[in-house]
Design a binder for this molecule. Structure first.
Ligand SMILES: C[S@@+](CC[C@H](N)C(=O)[O-])C[C@H]1O[C@@H](n2cnc3c(N)ncnc32)[C@H](O)[C@@H]1O
Length: 210
């Protein structure tokens, strides 16, 4: 069980010194790229541990083609679930916000394979073994060729070289790795380059340790 106040954590998005705003811009830019590249086809998105959903929902709010997007957001904090649902209300996109545990494979039943997978704000809050387990399981979330957008801080010891290696071992190609010199956040984009795997129900992938 996570001990962090995640509603309070989201307030850091408003603080310029937090780096979270710049990270959000980078994530949104990658989402925009995927939406531009896949237009005008329908696209299915899944976001694990979505918080208030501001990365995806913020993009969809200004996209004239939002109606081609169907998204499932998974989030365990009831207040953030409510905020995400509220933010999705006026969108043309079809958005479902599941109040559930994103660390359990069962939670993804019926919403994968997705054409875009968001794993943002997870890898810095779970143990290294859980990061590896989640990356290994990522082909179960993806349709053929789907990109995964993920984030991780680069505080010492920097796990991102291992994460990128684990994605490669799981059959992904690196599309982008954004890691600014002036800050410690990073955003990775990896595209599934092998056949997807079927979702294995009953699996535990991660638990937050913060
Ligand atoms: C660091 S925040 C990231 C939120 C969002 N993805 C972002 O980047 O702004 C982590 C989020 O994961 C949620 N969370 C923690 N454990 C979870 C779990 N097992 N299943 C689903 N959500 C979880 C928290 O409530 C929080 O909203």
């Amino acid at each position: 069980m996570s001990e962090t106040d995640w509603v309070d954590w989201h307030r850091a998005y408003e603080r310029p010194d937090s780096g979270l705003g710049a990270r959000l811009d980078a994530v949104r830019a990658q989402i925009e790229r995927v939406l531009d590249r896949t237009a005008p086809d329908p696209i299915r998105v899944v976001s694990a541990c979505a918080g208030d959903g501001r990365d995806l929902l913020g993009v969809l709010a200004h996209r004239p083609d939002a109606a081609r997007v169907s998204a499932v957001l998974l989030e365990s904090d009831a207040a953030l679930v409510a905020r995400a649902r509220d933010a999705a209300t006026d969108l043309d996109a079809e958005v479902e916000v599941r109040h559930t545990d994103g660390g359990q494979s069962d939670s993804y039943d019926g919403c994968v394979p997705a054409d875009l997978v968001l794993l943002c704000g997870i890898f810095g809050n779970v143990g290294d073994a859980d990061v590896r387990t989640t990356v290994r399981a990522a082909p179960q979330l993806c349709s053929p060729g789907a990109p995964v957008i993920w984030t991780r801080h680069r505080h010492d010891p920097d796990l991102t070289p291992s994460i990128r290696q684990w994605f490669a071992e799981a059959g992904f190609e690196e599309v982008a790795f954004i890691a600014p010199d002036e800050d410690e956040w990073s955003v990775g984009v990896h595209r599934l380059a092998v056949a997807p795997s079927p979702l294995e129900l009953g699996r535990h992938w991660f638990s937050f340790v913060r």
